[in-house]
Ligand binder design. Structure first.
Ligand code: UT7
Length: 323
């Protein structure tokens, strides 16, 4: 059977680092509170000229280099983002143009923090369905542009960045020993839509709006939802937590990650944690974490890797793949 195998990875971050101490100067917060409640020590914030598309392009070029490929080898670009450069055209099409591609096709998926998990699952369906052979899957965000910088309950949590994976069609045996995407478990429940949302949009206010979150409410649901989809991915493949080499979670909060790992009996030395360095970069957080852990040699060819995320919608999901 056809599998969607990881061929390359890459990431890009804005130039400017903003520490918790710097935020102490603008809002009533402290480094101690932020570290204790979230694990975040710093985040990267996009400056002038840095946008979701420019960061996405840089991550895409890094992934192409890593794979030894050029844009001519790609036939589909999927970008997971909730902070597009424009309402339309899609950021994926913008990045396609920046890469000098006029062939193939490109579109965005919008599932907020779960966007990258949805995008990998979508790429896998296109590859297995024979509609694409090599897909550039990008998670790219500039949440700094939709934050209310006077709201200490949200502005300290988020950061900007982008990461990319190249998935390529390859023949597999149809077993869990195959490299590539093995299964995806995706969920959403719009009855929670008012717990994490942006208070504007083209069809309502005609403005971009700002992020609003009932953090405690999101927190309350996070661990249960995350562990449910991970358990579903294990059940669908007949694999177990003991067989997992790496859990690469969405990086929203150290406490949520630790709580999920504990509930699944996954030791923390098998969990990739970048929330301290990047903050919550929404759809970019998983591919950024993958680029860090694959880049430093922790994630190796053949490793069993679980990706998971939960966020606005609510949306949540997990992808199990063999690297
Ligand atoms: O990526 C998408 C999904 N999003 C998430 O996963 C986020 C989920 N939520 C969270 O991570 C946590 O709920 C937060 C980190 C947002 C908040 O942590 P918490 O432990 O749930 O704190 P809390 O909201 O219960 O607030 C505790 C206290 C409050 O003061 P009182 O009412 O106890 O006096 C807040 O006003 O902390 C206060 N507070 C702050 N203090 C200093 C809230 N934000 C800050 C801040 N600095 N930045």
């Amino acid at each position: 059977m056809i599998r969607s195998v990881v061929r390359g990875f890459g990431a890009a971050l804005p130039k400017r680092v903003v520490t918790n101490r710097e935020l102490e100067e603008t809002v009533d917060t402290s480094d101690e509170w932020i570290v204790q409640r979230t694990g975040i020590k710093q985040r990267y914030i996009a400056g002038e000229g840095e946008t979701t598309a420019s960061l996405g392009e840089a991550a895409a070029r890094a992934a192409l280099d890593n794979a030894g490929l050029t844009p001519a080898d790609i036939d589909l670009i999927i970008v997971a983002t909730s902070t597009p450069d424009n309402t339309f055209p899609a950021t994926a099409v913008n990045i396609q143009n920046r890469l000098g591609m006029t062939h193939g096709f490109a579109f965005d998926v919008q599932a907020v923090c779960t966007g990258f998990v949805y995008a990998v699952a979508t790429a896998d369906v296109y590859i297995r369905g024979g509609l694409a052979k090599r897909v550039l899957v990008i998670g790219a965000e500039t949440f700094s542009r939709i934050l209310d910088w006077t709201d200490r309950t949200t502005c300290v949590l988020f950061g900007d960045g982008a990461g990319a994976l190249i998935l390529e069609a390859a023949e597999g045996e149809g077993t869990t020993d195959d490299r590539g995407v093995l299964t995806a478990s995706l969920r959403s429940d719009g009855s929670h839509k008012d717990k994490l949302y942006v208070d504007g949009g083209p069809s309502t206010t005609g403005t971009v709006g700002q992020l609003r979150m009932e953090g405690r409410e999101v927190f309350k649901h996070a661990v249960g939802m995350i562990t449910d989809v991970i358990d579903a991915a294990f059940a669908a493949t007949g694999t177990t937590a003991e067989q997992l080499d790496w859990l690469v979670p969405h990086q929203a909060n150290r406490r949520i990650i630790e709580g999920s790992a504990k509930k699944l009996s996954i030791p923390m030395d098998k969990v990739v944690m970048t929330v301290d360095q990047h903050g919550n970069t929404s759809a970019a957080s998983i591919p950024l974490a993958l680029a860090v852990a694959a880049g430093d040699g922790r994630i190796k060819k053949g490793d069993l890797v679980m990706l998971e995320a939960m966020g606005g919608g609510f949306t949540w999901g997990a992808v199990l793949l063999r690297w």
